[in-house]
Design a protein around this ligand. Structure first.
Ligand SMILES: *[C@@H]1O[C@H](CO)[C@@H](O)[C@H](O)[C@H]1NC(C)=O
Ligand SMILES: [Zn+2]
Ligand SMILES: [Zn+2]
Length: 797
């Protein structure tokens, strides 16, 4: 037999568990696959309308072919938070909305906060939804308001028709969303243009409560409807632009494939902009620019900061089919701090606050900012033929003449005056108001392929200012966004990369456990092959340890050292090895734990679910959220791989690493502080599991029906009582040579340094084993080979 019985069992178990893992993964994501009946999936080409003709439309001085709308995101209306949250949204409704008077408003999710007062657990609160409903009705919102669910709006929601899904009863667009089964659309016509807007809900169909509800997914059924809306049929009339709204940035959504084989890329080829929220601004300015341009599909993805903390909103204008936008914050210093009063929906009482003074908001629409140019979807040639600079000014000022407008290009005063060309009056949504300003210009004098900076400053009669800047190129070429980490985050495909990283880590752990085990079967302890295989490695280590400490030498030293340790692990710690392998295989083939994922659900099968690496299984259905992979990507490296490293570190006796008698320095992992760190790491992992229990149902079931707990107990015993464990008294082992003899590995005489090193060796004895330093200290040394049991007598000089 080539390998030992345990190895055969391990190999077969690994094979079976891997097959089961593949099966579970397919099963858990079956809803995303689609039942493509076509031999080869259909794909649609990106459009190239504007490379041909643009209909000879000229961007002139009239308020035509222009409209604008507003996007809001992440309101997080909360009954507990007194700073920001609800109050920002109410001020937006009271002061900003009537001033802007957009064509329509889209709220891209997280309408309510749905957390408890300590912001830990989550569930839907009627009080918060009533605030949303009341605020909208008081603000007179009737038409032109579109809202979507965010993950917060589906925390602890067993299903669409459950009473806990308060979005269904209190939001504006729930009817449309329900009829469209997760997708709805609307369109508008302006001048010669027709525009389509599509909103979709990528929330889990069964929404777990926090924290495993961060990612979204779009099953094939949803992709079918998205493809219908965005791609449509072949003979459809073309829209000048299609824009998409969702809560989740694409990096946090697992997009399925439609039954016709359409993927997200096919959709993105057809639309111009994807508007989303959800990431707020991330931390530390990381998310200041969560915006990106995809050169493959020629589309933009624009994340918007939150209303809750930053009071952000976005105005998007489409002027002669050039799309421009500006992200604005409400004037935060003007928003009074209302604590401890938190706005509530009380019958007979007004919920909207007093209005605040808004500084003017400027949005340049021509020439369009070059960063956001969509060369293949916008008629960029119109910039060079345009007759006027065009910009929108939103202000509470009634009389446009009381505004002072200053225009500079590249810092030089623009020679033509600014003129108001607006129509209508500001007042709520969809009033046909267009506060357009223009100033004549000669684009050809800037048509030099270079970037130019147009800056427009508007000052109102009270001295408040609004500014917008556009770095443009007259030839309509795009310039890089240079969004830094934010742009990178937008394109990472997080939900996919988490999964890949996880598979890589688990695969590496399995390889590191299995390959050395098979190798050690070839070279069992006691056989001649053992010495023949192991001693050359030891010899290299001994030699390298004495060589000059260059980077190359140290690297080679460590490569050999860790190779040896990996090989020694299954031999010297068979039980720990087996336990680790079993746990790793359990992670890929069995549930990790049982949890109360949706506490509000009536039936126990809806309440309790099983956490698998591949998704959460609730009521006999899979919820394939990438959250499980994200959790695993913490749990596997810190809760498993880190311990594997510790085991491997301990596998080889440090006495083996040096010619005994020359030196016996303890390796890092044998020092007290390192052992303390291992214990701290273990305690940290335990506290994480306890936290998990506190989210999902407490001791029973989450802390008992939980393989992580059992693994940690096993690891705890190994740390304490296993090889080199903290409670194990280590006798000093000297390897197979005497202090006056030769190292049997290197065959080098060790006597030259005898005196010095004997003392060191004795000192080590005293550190490690206080009981053993009598005046005639003697220790029995057993080499691990079992071959060279040498009795060493040490005499003190
Ligand atoms: C909309 O598209 C049509 C046809 O492609 C084009 O002729 C028209 O000028 C576009 N409208 C605007 C406002 O650009
Ligand atoms: Zn949010
Ligand atoms: Zn969110």
């Amino acid at each position: 037999m080539l390998f030992s019985l345990p190895s055969w069992i391990a190999l077969i178990a690994t094979l079976l568990c891997t097959l089961r893992a593949i099966y579970l993964d397919k099963w858990a994501t079956a809803d995303l696959q689609g039942t493509s009946v076509h031999e080869s999936p259909r794909h649609v080409e990106g459009p190239n309308r504007w490379t041909m003709s643009d209909g000879n439309v000229v961007i002139g001085t009239e308020p035509d072919n222009i409209f604008y709308f507003v996007q809001l995101s992440d309101l997080h209306i909360s009954q507990f938070q007194s700073k920001g949250y609800t109050i920002h949204f109410l001020h937006f409704l009271k002061s900003a909305l009537p001033t802007i008077s957009p064509e329509f408003v889209v709220v891209t999710g997280d309408l309510t906060d749905a957390k408890d007062a300590r912001r830990i657990t989550s569930s839907q609160h009627l009080a918060e939804w009533r605030v949303y409903e009341k605020a909208l009705s008081e603000a007179g919102v009737v038409d032109g308001w579109y809202d979507l669910r965010g993950n917060h709006d589906c925390f602890d929601v067993p299903g669409w028709y459950d009473a806990a899904n308060m979005y269904k009863d209190y939001a504006v667009s729930s009817r449309r969303l329900e009829d469209g089964q997760g997708v709805y659309e609307w369109e508008i016509s302006k001048g010669t243009g027709k525009y389509k807007f599509v909103a979709f809900d990528a929330c889990p169909k069964r929404g777990p409560s926090r924290p495993f509800n961060f990612f979204g997914y779009m099953p094939s059924s949803g992709m079918n409807r998205l493809a219908d809306s965005i791609i449509g049929s072949e003979d459809k009339e073309p829209y000048n632009h299609t824009m998409v709204f969702a809560h989740y940035p694409t990096t946090t959504v697992a997009f399925g494939t439609s039954d016709d084989g359409y993927t997200y890329t096919d959709l993105a080829n057809q639309f111009s902009v994807y508007f989303c929220g959800h990431l707020h601004k991330l931390l530390g300015g990381l998310g200041d620019s969560l915006k990106g341009y995809d050169p493959k599909t020629h589309s933009l993805e624009l994340e918007l900061g939150d209303m809750k903390d930053h009071a952000s909103y976005r105005i998007v204008a489409v002027d002669h089919d050039l799309i421009s936008f500006v992200d604005v914050n409400l004037p935060l210093p003007q928003i009074p701090f209302t604590a401890p009063h938190i706005p509530k929906a009380i019958d007979g009482e007004s919920i909207l606050p007093e209005s605040i003074d808004m500084p003017p908001v400027v949005l340049i629409t021509n020439p369009k900012e070059a960063k956001w140019i969509l060369q293949y979807k916008e008629p960029v040639a119109r910039i060079a033929q345009s007759e006027a600079l065009r910009f929108l000014v939103f202000t509470q000022e009634q009389d446009p003449d009381s505004l002072r407008v200053e225009i500079t290009i590249d810092g030089i005063q623009h020679p033509y005056p600014a003129q108001y060309k607006g129509v209508g009056d500001a007042n709520g949504i969809g009033q046909g108001y267009t506060p357009l300003w223009i100033s004549e210009w000669d684009p050809q004098s800037f048509n030099d392929m270079e970037e130019h900076t147009l800056r427009i400053t508007v000052t109102d009669s009270a001295g408040r200012q609004g500014v917008d800047e556009s770095v443009f190129k007259v030839n309509g070429a795009r310039i890089d966004i240079n969004g830094g980490p934010g742009e990178w985050i937008i394109w990472t495909k997080l939900s996919l990369s988490l999964k890949r990283c996880c598979i890589l880590v688990i695969g590496s752990i399995l390889a590191i456990l299995l390959i050395p085990k098979l190798y050690s079967d070839y070279t069992p302890i006691g056989s001649p092959r053992y010495t023949a295989a192991r001693d050359p490695i030891l010899k290299r280590i001994h030699t390298l340890s004495k060589e000059p400490h260059t980077l190359a030498n140290r690297t080679r030293y460590h490569v050999w050292l860790w190779t040896l340790r990996c090989i020694d692990m299954p031999r010297n710690m068979p039980i720990v090895w087996a336990g680790t392998l079993i746990y790793t295989l359990m992670l890929i083939s069995l549930p990790w734990f049982k949890g109360e994922f949706i506490p509000v659900a009536q039936k126990s099968e809806d309440r309790y679910g099983l956490f698998y690496l591949f998704g959460i299984r609730l009521s006999d259905e899979w919820v394939p959220l990438a959250d499980t992979w994200m959790f695993a990507l913490f749990e596997v490296p810190f809760g498993l791989a880190a311990f594997v490293v510790v085991w491997i570190w301990r596998a080889t006796d440090s006495a083996d690493l040096h010619c005994s008698g020359t030196s016996r320095i303890r390796t890092l992992n044998e020092r007290a502080w390192f052992k303390a760190l291992v214990v701290i790491m273990w305690l940290w992992r335990v506290s994480e599991v306890l936290a998990l229990g506190s989210f999902y149902g407490g001791v029973w079931p989450t802390l008992v029906q939980n393989s992580i707990i059992w693994w940690l107990l096993f690891a705890g015993v190994a740390i304490a009582a296993g090889k080199d464990g903290i409670f194990v008294r280590r006798s000093v082992k000297e390897r197979n040579s005497s202090i006056w003899g030769r190292c049997i590995v290197c065959h080098k005489s060790t006597t030259g340094q005898e005196e010095d090193d004997t003392r060191r060796s004795l000192l080590d004895n005293m550190d490690d084993d206080p009981g053993s330093h009598s005046s005639s200290s003697s220790s029995t040394t057993e080499s691990l080979q079992g071959l060279n049991v040498v009795k060493v007598r040490k005499s003190r000089k």
